[in-house]
Design a protein around this ligand. Structure first.
Ligand SMILES: [Fe+2]
Ligand SMILES: [Fe+2]
Length: 437
């Protein structure tokens, strides 16, 4: 039997059946899912919706099996008097994997990258086949021929299967492309990022596949732009800029005449250079006018561009890319950009994270060769619920280093003035991490 509860009574582990009110007020893209992260919990509580239906048979039931009556003090109100402490209502529910208390033995255990190298081996031929198909597609498009959509669907499905086996293998391989491979491998990379992102957003399998196909096809209109312009290191002239800006409409025209092209692919092709503040092209659409595919595509497209070596720019690390992209006010949907970061497990500088040491810390930089190499300044002990002397922890993919369990929420920990504390942590002098030699 479904039970109606208010947003503040939602707990991790509950299964949301439906939200009340208009779809546009919902904090999620779909309303049928299990609440698994603190971030989801916060989004529901801060959404402004009045109520929601939960299904106790598919998740945990409301505490005590009833709602506090009006005027009665609920658990949240009782707890709000003591800052800095997590709400027991959250802790009583089964914690999701990424926020579970780490096993103290975990630090000595090998990194859980089982299957990563074997998936890298399997992903390489998938990337080569897809790259070859993208080359063929661009050549056919130059001759005015339609896109072979069925072939692209098959390849997107192979990429999806690789991501399902190991989300990082193919995405990491395709990101590390050489300068001269960018044009074709960029389409493969955007396909993989879109599939991974769509899976993370729990879209249905058909939508996930369509998003992947859309990623492969999104830049097909670039056949209308010369390579000299596309790879020009300096500023573009007005005419060159006009030529570059014609590629979304050119691609859309080509896909519209290609039998079987999914609607999402046409949409992404036309809209991946729009910005949420309405300053993008070709339509200067903004906010709600932009579809989910357009907003997702804008993020995946730029992320791959800035994390790839280009003739005129060295690649940024994932941390640097996300840090910069978060600063570009008005370009991306900020909530969706956070979800994208979660989908890849990447962190911008300044992000609050939980460490496997049981500490909270703020990401203060990235260093080293691997994507995961970060420096996190620990400042809070989650078990003692107390601030600690600040210490910089080096995060790296090896058993000797602590690892990031996940992004955490300052609201959840109820720091009395998070901005002040954050500033204090960021402005502190770096202390070497003696534990790690
Ligand atoms: Fe583009
Ligand atoms: Fe692109």
């Amino acid at each position: 039997m479904l039970v109606r509860i208010e947003p503040e009574d939602v707990e991790i582990g509950m299964f949301v059946h439906a939200f009340e009110g208009s779809w546009f007020d919902h904090p999620f893209w779909r309303s049928n899912f299990r609440v698994e992260t603190i971030e989801q919990l916060e989004r529901i509580r801060n959404s402004g919706i009045e109520g929601l239906m939960i299904d106790p048979e598919r998740g945990i039931a409301p505490s005590g099996g009833r709602q506090p009556s009006k005027g009665e003090e609920g658990p949240r109100q009782k707890l709000s008097r003591s800052w800095g402490r997590p709400r027991p209502t959250v802790r009583t529910a089964p914690l999701p994997k990424i926020f579970a208390q780490p096993d103290p033995e975990d630090r000595a255990a090998p990194r859980p990258r089982r299957g990563y190298s074997s998936e890298c081996r399997r992903a390489k031929p998938v990337i080569s086949r897809t790259r070859a198909a993208v080359v063929d597609m661009f050549e056919a498009a130059r001759l005015g021929r339609a896109v072979e959509v069925k072939r692209m669907v098959r390849l997107a499905s192979s990429i999806g299967a690789s991501i399902e086996r190991d989300a990082k293998a193919l995405i990491n391989l395709v990101r590390l492309k050489e300068k001269d491979e960018y044009t074709y491998l960029h389409s493969v990379a955007v396909c993989a990022l879109m599939i991974n992102f769509a899976r993370h957003l729990e879209l249905d399998p058909q939508q996930v596949e369509d998003m992947g196909v859309a990623g492969l096809l999104h830049d097909v209109g670039k056949v209308a732009v010369s390579d000299a312009i596309l790879n020009k290191p300096g500023a573009l002239s007005k005419d060159e800029m006009r030529s570059v800006r014609s590629h979304p409409a050119a691609g859309h025209r080509l896909l519209a005449s290609s039998p079987g092209a999914p609607e999402i692919a046409l949409e992404l092709c036309l809209r991946h250079h729009e910005k949420v503040d309405g300053t993008g092209y070709p339509g200067r659409l903004k906010g709600e006018e932009l579809s989910l595919a357009a907003r997702m595509g804008a993020i995946c497209d730029v992320y791959d561009a800035v994390t790839s070596n280009r003739p005129y720019k060295q690649a940024w690390t994932p941390c640097e890319a996300l840090t910069e992209m978060k600063k570009w006010q008005g370009h991306f949907d900020p909530a969706l950009l956070d979800r994208f970061a979660d989908s890849l497990g990447i962190y911008a500088m300044g992000t609050l994270v939980r460490l496997s040491t049981g500490e909270l810390g703020i990401v203060v930089g990235s260093e080293g060769e691997a994507d995961e190499d970060l420096v996190v300044r620990a400042f809070f002990d989650c078990d003692a619920l107390a601030e600690i002397e600040f210490v910089d922890r080096t995060i790296a993919p090896s058993a000797e280093h602590p690892r990031i369990i996940g992004r955490d929420s300052p609201t959840f920990w109820r720091f009395p003035d998070w901005d002040v504390l954050r500033h204090k942590v960021l402005a502190a002098e770096i202390i070497p991490d003696e534990d790690e030699g």
